[in-house]
Every structure is written in structure tokens, then in C-alpha cells.
Design a protein around this ligand. Sequence first.
Ligand code: SF4
Length: 237
Amino acid sequence: MKVRLFEIFTSLEGEGILYGTKTLFVRLAGCPFTCFYCDTKESLPMDSGNEYDITDACELIEKNLKDKTYKVNFTGGDPLVQTDAVIEMAKFVHSKKIPTYLESSCYDSKKFEKVLPHIDFVKVELKTKDSDFVDQKHYSTLIENALDCLKKSISAKKPTYVKIVVSAKTDLETFTDLTQKIFKITNPRDLNGFIIQPTYGIAEPTLQQLLNFYDVVYPYFSDVRVVPQLHKLIGAP
Ligand code: SF4
């Protein structure tokens, strides 16, 4: 089996419920989407990065595991594009007794279901319409997939959190609609976090917009947080 990796590096987790924790990031190449705020555009082409035999990729992970590596984050691009390779690498990481974390846009719930048993922490990202994630025709199908991933992750009792990136272009109505859809299928007690993440350096939302988004989520999930990406603030990769 082959895998295309864009890069591998140790840094601080810049997002979500594991914010600020030391992590080895395995960034896989390839993502079919087009979010306007994407900060890893170089890793989107399927031929970006380098191709490895899966055993060589696991060796590379092993070389990068330091004494104090607390978890491995499979990110992208979108790691679900290379689901089978993620499974093999996650099994390898587990053999070293290190937990795994998946960061995906959750665009395909069947692929997600396959990888889920090998993942310990899950981020389920829901994209707003204005993200330009995908054309309007396919948007609702992708959101259905992300919601299905959320259901599956919670049913599997994985620590799961929701992330929504918001920009100056995000309107309150679509954000509210997305929030309602999430809590129609989710018991707030089963959720480990709800992160509203402002875009950075591009179409940044105003404080008032962020407060409005916060107010939408709070009645459902009072521990909602607005959190910017840590690595951007400290200039880390
Ligand atoms: S889904 Fe993620 S990796 Fe893909 S374009 Fe959007 S932000 Fe970038």
C-alpha cells in the first residue's frame, strides 16, 4: 500500500479540545474541496508531497515520535481521501501506545466509519455555506455526511467535538440552521466541545459577529468557545 504525505512535524495543537497539547502532525496530501480560507492549500493536490510505501511511512512516523509525544494527529488535506493508509498508520501508532486524532471535514461517512475504530479523538467539522467548501448543489449532501459522522463518533463513545469556522461572510441565519441541525441529532451531554473558530488573516469576522454566533450555540451547549488557532498566533507550523 502507498500513501502520499505532505509533511510530518511536531508542534502544539492549535485547535479544539486538545488546544495547546504537544502533538505529532501527519499531514496527508489531497483534498477535493476549495474552502476560501484554507491554510494548507499546498497540500490540496493529490500529487503534492511525497509518496511512501506504508511501511516506510510508519518508519518515518517512528523516527518523528519523540519520548514525549502525547498523540498523533492525522490531518490534511483531508485524511479521509487516503482512508486505508490512515488506518494502517493509526494501527502502527496504537502499537506504540500513543493515541490518535482525526481532523477531517467528514465529507464521507462510510470512509469515516472505517477509520473510526482506529481513532481516539475526533473533530467533526461542519462547513458553512459561505466557506466555498463545495458548490451549492452538493453542499447539503456533504453536511448530511458530516452529521452522520457526528452521530457515529458519539455512538462509538469517542471524545468528539464540533468545529465551525466562521468568517465575515458567514450569515447568522445559515449558522443558526447548522447549529439546529447539529442539536437535532446530538445530546449536548455527549459532546466534548463546540468550537467556533474565526478565520485568520482573511475575511475575519468582527467581535459582534462572534458574539452573535456564540449566542446562537449557548442555549444548546453552554460550554461553547470562540477560539482562534493557536499556531497562527505564535507563528508555529
Ligand atoms: S476541507 Fe480543509 S483542507 Fe480541504 S480545502 Fe477546506 S480547509 Fe482546506
